[in-house]
Write a new protein. Structure first.
Length: 365
């Protein structure tokens, strides 16, 4: 599941119909793309670099991701995301701001202090509060067998229904719950709910929305936390920048195989080493996807590239990420006759490479 593709579907579908009929974005495609070959970064400074890779035959675009790495120092529960939207200072509960744009990049506007938060369906705002269809950043949640928690605090009314969708390994997981303010006599107020999911992946994201709040009543997200049990030595990668639409060719037909990044120092959070990887994408028009006349086809992720911003050096890491990052549900797949690539996508006709079949890694020559 790729977040940008789901957002694309949302942008061409009315918000009400999307909620009524959630789009499916994984189908069997008739074409495949090779894994990109990455190169060391160039033009490295304390605040940025240029990512490089070799062209992939058949690609129409590339998606490039940049992140930092943290390592758990001991066993225990770690907070991997905690956003309270305190960057929102305009509007009020009575007279909210916004409502005139279908989508808002909360991080780009400074409304969120961490990278990658977005909101859709003509969102409105009040100080530290946001209302609409909220999307999390990509989250690296392969540890602890993909088990993780979302702690959601909303400003809502008694018996409102909140819907949370987790898009990770396999089919999306959906949890709905009712706001229970009976302890304070009903009405409207802050309500916190802890939710558990087990489909964590290397690029998981989730969405949340109040699906029952009447127009004109409180319908806000106040805070979102993501926690996961980690073991000492577990690695966690935090996304800090991305370009999900680097076109494969420019207007003159020349191949594009690089992307320059200027990094936000707030997202670096003191790190002087960052990483990037790339995957290729194209559209398979022989396999329509519902109302969309094509299916998105993506390659496996490339190897990671380490960029040392302090020493202005870079290297391609030998260990490809996909094998160590793969979460396989052995109980569900050990008797499954289907084939899956190393990013967890189902493959109709495996060609040469490494796949998951019957819950085990299999090399096809």
């Amino acid at each position: 599941m790729k977040k940008f593709y789901l957002i694309l579907l949302l942008s061409v579908t009315a918000a009400t119909s999307v909620l009524a009929q959630p789009a499916k974005t994984q189908r069997l495609q008739s074409i495949t793309l090779n894994r990109p070959v990455v190169k060391p970064a160039t033009g490295i400074s304390a605040t940025g670099f240029t990512a490089n890779w070799e062209p992939v035959a058949g690609a129409e675009a590339y998606c490039v991701y940049v992140y930092t790495k943290d390592v758990a120092t001991s066993d225990g529960e770690y907070s991997l995301a905690d956003e309270d939207f305190n960057g929102i200072t305009s509007g009020s509960i009575i007279t909210p701001a916004g409502g005139d744009e279908y989508s808002v990049d909360l991080s780009a506007y400074g409304y969120a202090f961490t990278y990658g938060w977005e909101i859709y369906a003509y969102p409105t705002f009040a100080p530290s509060l946001v209302a609409g269809l909220l999307y999390s950043p990509y989250l690296y949640l392969v540890n602890n067998d993909g088990n993780y928690k979302v702690i959601l605090t909303t400003l809502s009314s008694h018996n409102d229904e909140i819907r949370v969708e987790s898009h990770g390994t396999g089919e999306k997981q959906v949890v709905t719950y009712q706001v229970d303010l009976s302890a304070q006599g009903g009405g409207t107020g802050l309500y916190t709910k802890e939710l558990e999911f087990n489909n964590g992946s290397r690029d998981l994201f989730f969405s949340t929305i109040n699906v029952t709040a009447p127009v004109g009543q409180a319908d806000y997200t106040d805070r979102v936390q993501v926690v996961q049990e980690l073991k000492a030595g577990d690695e966690v990668y935090n996304y800090i920048a991305a370009d999900e639409a680097v076109m494969a060719e420019d207007d003159w037909g020349f191949e594009i195989t690089s992307k320059q990044f200027t990094l936000n120092s707030n997202y670096l959070n003191g790190h002087t080493q960052v990483y990037y990887d790339v995957y290729a994408a194209t559209y398979d028009y022989s396999t329509p996807n519902g109302s969309v006349p094509y299916t998105l086809v993506t390659s496996p992720y490339s190897q990671r590239v380490l960029v040392d911003l302090a020493n202005h050096t870079s290297q391609v890491l030998e260990d490809p990420t996909a094998i160590s990052d793969l979460k396989v549900d052995d109980n569900a797949r050990q008797h499954d006759d289907a084939w899956y690539d190393l990013t967890g996508r189902r493959v109709a006709n495996p060609t040469q490479g490494i796949y998951i079949h019957g819950g085990k890694k299999v090399v096809v020559k």
